[in-house]
Design a protein around this ligand. Structure first.
Ligand code: MEV
Length: 477
């Protein structure tokens, strides 16, 4: 057994757009923020040679990476030898919060590779500390958005993080042509606040009230009202002195083209504006922004928060059959896993040792379905051009690095919530040792039959439905 699998884990986190509450959120007022469909990826791959290798195109987030590594290693032991790399469609120029998304995704991937499980709030507290250490300033709403995703209300350094449920809505995002220096602008506002404390407190309180009213309007799907509230919010931002001429030009172009409301998003001084629009005004508002020299940025709101990306290749082709197992074609993994009419071929291999014990495998956290569940010793899908037997042998090699001689037991169609499988069950004899591929399998264990029968009744023992079916059909449960 000398095949060495280097474990690779990828996490991705979304960018954000501040909907309402900019600046006031720095002073304890609430804000509404949505995660956007521009995701940044951070991958970690263990390697055999010593040291840490960093591959970050453009070196954009190197300061954050150094801080993340120092911080994470002060909390738990990190692996010694790995490559950490990033892939990002963010240019940084739009102000979508690439540094926070990067900090969140890299802490997530480092905790996963070290088998540390963090709640969303723990991840938030850690990531916010790192961001503050590097930037020295910031309310942390962007960190929360990268973690929780969707549209959230955020307040007071993460004391309030509330998911807002609402019907879908449409935003048009326009870039003003100038990159803003958020940290400088936030510092300028802090100075202004020292000069005119009462005036600014009043202004922030008014913005906070607008945010609370908008939260209600979002919940009711009353986006015309949200639009009006955005307009009021923009007036206050103008009073604060953070709007610019190019921002004002595209905001008023969006309004004239029929947007319900429009405002700058973020610190001001440049970056982006947002307009909330009805479906039928989306095109005309976009065109108006472009005609007013704005750059329309094609992002969607309400993106999912940080997640571990699957290592499964979603484009792999599976064999699709009819109910008599006659081949009728092939379809991708993702199609087969979302359509119950596409019966596709799979195998389940039950490995038994000299003592008659049954081997189960625990699925890795990066599987696209049932991550972390116990499953049949070996399992997998039949690829285009493969027989069931060849699949069983290939999967045993890929998952456990063993050679087996599979013995056919039986075959049956299983219907699940999201898919249908024609499963052939094999048994095979093996005493180990096993060399599980960590991208597929996080653990293996031999169970006595009586022990398995007991465990299968315990709801806290996570056993996949397919393993339950296959063990049952094979006569082991
Ligand atoms: C910047 O994107 C938003 C501000 O409210 C600053 C912050 O919340 O950290 C201006």
């Amino acid at each position: 057994m000398n095949t060495k699998h280097n474990i690779k884990i990828t996490a991705s986190a979304p960018g954000k757009l501040l909907l309402l509450g900019d600046h006031a959120v720095v002073y304890g007022r609430p804000c509404l923020v949505t995660a956007v469909s521009t995701r940044l990826e951070v991958s970690i791959e263990e390697k055999q040679t010593p040291g840490i290798e960093v591959i970050t195109p453009g070196n954009g987030n190197n300061v954050f990476l150094q801080e993340v590594l120092a911080y994470a290693s002060s909390l738990w032991p990190l692996p010694k030898n790995f490559i950490i790399s990033t892939k990002s469609p963010f240019t940084g120029k739009y102000g979508f919060g690439s540094s926070s998304a990067f900090t969140v995704a890299s802490l997530k991937v480092l905790s996963e590779i070290s088998h540390i499980s963090l709640t969303e709030k723990e991840l938030f507290d850690h990531a916010y500390k790192v961001v503050l250490k590097v930037q020295g300033i910031g309310s942390g709403f962007d960190v929360a958005s990268a973690i929780y995703g969707g549209t959230i209300m955020y307040q007071n350094k993460g004391e309030v993080i509330e998911r807002i449920s609402h019907p879908p809505y449409k935003l048009v995002v326009g870039y003003s042509g100038k990159k803003a220096n958020t940290v400088e602008i936030v510092k300028d506002i802090a100075k202004k606040k020292e000069q005119y404390p009462e005036r600014l407190e009043r202004l922030f309180t008014a913005i906070g009230d607008i945010v609370l009213q908008s939260k209600q309007a979002f919940r009711e799907g009353d986006y015309e009202r949200v639009g009006k509230l955005m307009d009021f919010n923009q007036e206050y931002l103008r009073d604060l002195g953070v709007s610019t001429e190019p921002l004002e030009t595209i905001i008023s172009a969006a309004k004239q083209a029929g947007a319900w409301g429009a405002k700058l998003s973020g610190a001001g001084g440049g970056d982006c504006m947002i307009a909330i629009v009805s479906e039928d005004k989306f095109e005309s508002v976009s065109t108006a922004i472009a005609n007013a020299s704005g750059e329309v940025v094609p992002v969607l709101p309400d993106e999912e928060g940080v997640r571990i990306e699957t290592t499964d290749n979603l484009k792999e082709l599976f064999v699709v059959v009819d109910k008599d197992d006659t081949v009728i074609g092939s379809r991708t993994r993702v199609d087969c896993h979302h359509d119950k009419t596409l019966i596709h071929r799979s195998v389940g291999v039950i490995i038994i040792d000299d003592l008659g014990r049954i081997l189960l495998q625990k699925r890795s956290k990066t599987k696209d379905t049932r991550p972390g569940y116990w499953s049949t010793s070996v399992g997998g899908h039949v690829m285009n051009g493969e027989t069931y037997r060849e699949t069983a042998k290939r999967e045993a090699k890929e998952e456990l690095n063993i050679d087996i001689d599979p013995i056919y037991k039986t075959k049956q169609v299983f219907q699940y919530d999201n898919e249908a499988e024609m499963t052939t069950i094999f048994t095979a004899h093996h005493n180990g040792p096993f060399d599980p591929n960590p991208n597929e399998v996080s653990d293996v264990h031999f169970f006595r039959q009586e022990e398995l029968q007991e465990l299968s009744k315990d709801p806290s023992f996570l056993l996949t439905e397919s393993a339950r079916n296959e063990l049952h059909l094979g006569g082991f449960l």
